[in-house]
Design a protein around this ligand. Structure first.
Ligand code: LMR
Length: 400
């Protein structure tokens, strides 16, 4: 039965990490996978996380099951982090949050739920979007279409194009937005643009679905959820999938959440039973450790302070690297304007190099990036920035 199976190509992001690890070039740089790296190129466990883990180790007295929707206190903590206290109060029982196995698990659970709510729904994703959105949501049987998002010429959001398409999307369909730090482009909506999207969503009646994987990695914990909160305050329905992979550095602990806002308390109570059943049917229950860490940090004032400070350092470093990279690129006198990189947010930006140039960067220089030319800015450091800029200068001026 298994003999007829055809092998699949490597995952476009994960496959790159494998190739990078196998490369023996001491100058190699991994600009591929979106994990934060410090100046030494490491992805360390955050101090607040370590301290929380120590406390959990000392105090945890059972590992019995928690339940399909995860830990209730964690769910409320995440809802507060994403929506803020005031909005949370005003939404009351129209909102439910369930713990999920990472953001990916949350997206997959959301896809199951959408399929139950409307099997004919089309999910409109940004063009471009994260390479795993379609595989993840599509595996639950959802259909896709896309709206224009990034203009590669002007290196900014093609907002007119986006609006024109959103104006055609009917009730019953979903529009997937990136809450902040758009992956792969780094180009985010401005507050005015979020307001315009809100107005069209109200007019058209489609359901907005937000992937919030980078809260706190762009401009700040509060600033990064401006759009999320705006929509949560004004739309009758909303799906928000949030992740603690990046902002708590909990990648492998698979710590995420799905927050659902419904137009009535009753609809939300019904939806909660469907979410719990979908979780049970898929993975039974989310893993506990990461959620327990987040809950410990957020409920312990000293740990919260440590985490806030660490997250700020991460964010500030990424933003500093963006400026430093642009400055070095300018100094290298490459005949191109890279200033957009400085204005974009989060870990990613497009370098704007073509597929052949990417091939050369990988094969000749051991500089690894995905074939959309997305780079993880957090992989740049003082030791590799000159090699990176010089290699790029060579590739782009055809001296390679
Ligand atoms: C990325 O986009 O590189 C990250 O979100 C990691 C992943 O799972 O793809």
């Amino acid at each position: 039965m298994f003999q007829s199976l055809q092998a699949l190509p490597p995952d476009p992001i994960l496959g790159l990490t494998v190739a990078f690890k196998a490369d023996s070039n001491p100058n190699k740089i991994d600009l591929g996978m979106g994990v934060y790296k410090d100046e030494q190129g490491n992805t360390p466990v955050m101090k607040a996380v370590k301290q929380a883990e120590e406390k959990i180790l000392q105090s945890q007295d059972s590992k019995t099951y928690v339940g399909p929707t995860g830990a209730a206190d964690y769910n409320e903590t995440i809802a507060k982090l994403v929506l803020g206290e005031e909005l949370l109060q005003s939404l009351g029982k129209r909102r439910v949050t369930v713990q999920t196995p990472g953001g990916c698990g949350g997206l997959r659970l959301a896809a199951e739920f959408i399929g139950i709510a409307n099997a004919d729904a089309t999910v409109w994703v940004s063009d471009p979007t994260w390479a795993n959105h379609k595989p993840l949501l599509g595996s639950a049987g959802l259909k896709f279409n896309s709206y224009p998002y990034y203009d590669y010429e002007s290196h900014s959001v093609n907002f007119n194009g986006m609006l024109e398409t959103l104006k055609q999307i009917p009730q019953g369909d979903l529009v997937l937005l990136h809450g902040c730090c758009h992956n792969p482009s780094g180009a985010d909506l401005s507050p005015e643009q979020w307001e315009a999207v809100r107005d069209i969503a109200l007019e058209q009646g489609f359901t907005v679905f937000i992937d919030l994987a980078y809260q706190g990695m762009g401009s700040g914990l509060e600033e990064d959820v401006f759009g999320v909160r705006l929509l949560a305050a004004s739309l009758p329905e909303l799906i928000i999938v949030s992740s603690c992979s990046k902002n708590f550095g909990l990648y492998r602990e698979r710590t995420g959440a799905l927050t659902l806002i419904c137009d009535s308390d009753g609809a939300c109570a019904t939806a909660s039973t469907l979410l719990a059943a979908a979780a049970r049917a898929n993975y039974s229950m989310p893993p506990d450790h990461g959620a327990a860490i987040v809950q410990r940090i957020m409920s312990t004032p000293e740990l919260r302070t440590v985490w806030d400070q660490e997250l700020k350092e991460v964010r500030d470093r990424i933003n500093r690297l963006r400026s430093q990279f642009v400055q070095k690129l300018n100094e290298a006198e490459i005949a191109r304007d890279f200033s957009f990189i400085e204005n974009e947010k989060g870990m990613f930006s497009f370098l704007g190099v073509d597929k052949n140039q990417i091939k050369t960067l990988i094969e000749k220089y051991s500089i690894y990036l995905v074939d959309s030319s997305r780079i993880n800015v957090a992989s740049i450091n003082d030791n590799n920035i000159d090699y990176l800029v010089n290699s790029l200068a060579e590739v782009l001026t055809d001296q390679a």
